[in-house]
Design a protein. Structure first.
Length: 633
């Protein structure tokens, strides 16, 4: 369950405060006359939370920075963004309260870019981690950002009446569907991971099948025997013959003529130099492997330490959440019942004001830093493992060369005692032939063993793929059930709000079905999405608030229990109808079903219902064309 709450909003111009207000949990109504700056404040909220906005009015563009103190799943963060008519502006984040962040120009602040890269996380990634959102990308690698999420949370005035979500350039159906699945909780992390693994395993199986087919083609078109037992027997026989030839070459019984002897000495010198070179190469490679393996152990230990710290931080966060909710009804010393008439945010035991504990924000910051260290360390570890594998393969090749070089040297070291030159040449010729035959037989065995390995991997992958298909189908069925329930409850709340509209639109009173289509960015009442302009405004608001109220009921929704509406009256909406809609929203929000739910509604209106114009629901002054929301000198 995700929760987002705006605590404070500050807009500055130079060193002056242009706007500052505190917002509360529940219903927040920004009211004022038309053209008094209500939409400007809504746009500032959208932008401060990570939205993409550049079309500033001159008054807003004259300001420098917007700050937002927010609560994300009980963690207090402060966001800061520079007000510019440029796209993809970065965000500075302070892990703590606004007033503490304002005391420090640099310390404690960290700036994150709009887009992620291989070297830096984006501010969307930081916010998603705080909200416990997964990172989501579409099939064509479009990334979900905070701006995309806010498109379904912010109901603005400029988007088309029949658009479900806030309009955006270069939009795609895939990204809208991904946004809907994420916020409605019908996006399943486990299902996506298994689907990705399944695709990878199927690609691996396809490659293995190609290798098996290629080897089988060699078997079919070759005249040679591919019986491993027979080849192994023949190999043993050839190696025994080679051993006898080498032993004979090492025990000559006569001395060849001096010319031949000099030739042999030159050959021995070359063989010795070659042997020493290969031995040095072998020793160097072996030492390098040992050094890299020790480095692997150090890297693995470091990652384990980081992961244990990460677990400890998460356990600390959970402990704080659990212990912070334990109610005290009796004094632990005298066991007398404690006084319930204690002010909000005060301790029932000592009557002192309970101050915000910044520890949780610091723990979240530590968590993010350690996760980045783990990610980078794992990359380094993988590089080292690949290097060790390459060195092991190289060592095997060097070892084979060393055995051959040693054998050649051993033959020639005693060549001065050869009995007959002709016999010696014959033995050398036989030795070369046996070496070639042994090498060929070894390659045959290697080919057969590769074939056996491929077949074993094929069987193993087939079993893994079958198991993954079963798991993905089970999770897909569960996802479909959750999706059906989500859309059913959205329809329920949308119809309830529509029927509470009164007699303004007959079709609303008799409505039976509400459908939303994220891919087409549209919504329908009984298959229809064309009504009068004011009715389209009301229908759109009812659908968007229905998603919000469904998220309060269904815990698996990731919609952060926050909605920002700057479109209550538009396109000819009459005052009585606007006030009626406001009353319906407040009535539903205050219903018994949601009395224990944490949420925040921020609405802007120029036609506030009289009974709602109270401090419990309103934020700031009632703005006019003379007393506008932005206080600009």
């Amino acid at each position: 369950m995700s929760f987002l709450k705006l605590n404070k909003l500050l807009v500055t111009k130079e060193s002056d405060t242009a706007y500052y207000e505190e917002f509360h949990e529940g219903i927040n109504i920004i009211r004022g006359d038309n053209s008094s700056g209500k939409s400007t404040i809504s746009n500032f909220i959208f932008f401060a939370l990570g939205g993409e906005f550049t079309n500033w009015l001159p008054e807003a563009a004259s300001c420098n920075y917007v700050y937002a103190e927010v609560e994300l799943n009980s963690v207090i963060l402060t966001f800061k963004r520079e007000i510019e008519a440029k796209q993809m502006r970065p965000m500075s984040i302070f892990f703590g309260k606004l007033e503490d962040g304002l005391k420090s120009n640099y310390e404690g602040w960290q700036t994150y870019p709009y887009k992620k890269s291989s070297n830096a996380e984006s501010f969307s990634q930081i916010i998603f981690k705080a909200l416990e959102f997964p990172e989501v990308s579409t099939d064509n690698q479009e990334s979900i950002t905070v701006n995309q999420i806010l498109r379904l949370i912010y109901i603005d005035q400029l988007s088309a009446l029949d658009s479900l979500m806030r309009n955006e350039d270069f939009d795609s159906p895939l990204i809208r569907i991904a946004i809907g699945n994420l916020l409605l909780g019908t996006y399943d992390d486990d299902l996506l991971r298994r689907q990705m693994v399944l695709k990878q395993k199927e690609r691996e199986l396809s490659e293995i099948k190609k290798q098996i087919d290629a080897i089988e083609e060699v078997f079919d078109n070759s005249p040679f025997e591919f019986d491993k037992a027979k080849i192994k027997s023949s190999l043993d026989e050839k190696q025994e013959q080679l051993k006898r030839v080498l032993n004979t070459l090492k025990a000559p019984d006569t001395i060849a003529e001096s010319v031949k002897k000099n030739d042999v000495k030159n050959d021995i010198k070359k063989l010795r130099e070659n042997l020493i070179r290969i031995k040095n190469e072998y020793d160097t490679t072996l030492k390098f492997i040992d050094k890299n393996k020790m480095s692997l152990v150090d890297s693995s230990d470091f990652i384990e330490v980081l992961q244990s710290k990460l677990v400890a931080i998460k356990e600390s966060l959970n402990s704080r959440d659990v212990l912070g909710t334990i109610p005290l009804q009796y004094c632990p010393v005298c066991l007398e019942k404690l006084d319930d008439n204690v002010g909000e945010n005060h301790c029932k035991l000592c009557k002192q004001e309970v101050k915000e504990n910044p520890g949780k924000s610091k723990l979240l910051r530590m968590q993010l830093e350690i996760e980045m260290q783990i990610k980078e360390s794992q990359k380094i570890l993988k590089t080292k493992e690949n290097k060790v594998e390459e060195l092991d393969a190289s060592l095997k090749e060097i070892s084979r060369s060393l055995v051959k070089a040693q054998a050649d040297y051993d033959v020639y070291i005693n060549q001065s005692r050869t009995s007959l030159e002709i016999k010696f040449d014959q033995l050398l010729e036989q030795k070369g032939k046996l070496n070639a035959e042994i090498d060929f037989l070894g390659k045959q065995i290697q080919l057969i063993e590769s074939y056996e390995d491929y077949k074993n991997n094929q069987y193993s992958l087939k079993a893994q793929i079958d198991r993954l298909k079963e798991e993905t189908e089970r999770l897909a069925n569960l996802q479909r059930k959750k999706s059906s329930t989500a859309f059913s409850r959205i329809q329920y709340y949308a119809l309830e709000l529509l029927k509470g509209d009164g007699a303004y639109e007959e079709k609303f009173q008799n409505g039976q079905s509400v459908q939303i289509d994220f891919g087409k960015n549209s919504f329908y009442l009984d298959g229809r999405n064309r009504f009068s302009a004011s009715s389209m405004v009301l229908l759109k608001n009812c659908v968007r608030f229905a998603i919000f109220f469904a998220s309060l009921e269904l815990d698996y929704f990731r919609y952060p229990k926050f909605i920002l509406c700057d479109n209550i009256e538009d396109k000819g909406m009459v005052e009585a109808r606007s006030m009626n809609f406001q009353r319906n929203i407040v009535r539903l929000a205050n219903s018994e079903e949601f009395k224990d739910k944490k949420f925040q509604i921020i609405m802007a209106t120029s036609m506030i219902a009289e009974e709602l114009d109270i401090i419990e629901y309103t934020v700031g002054e009632k703005y006019t064309k003379v007393n506008k929301s932005l206080k600009l000198a």
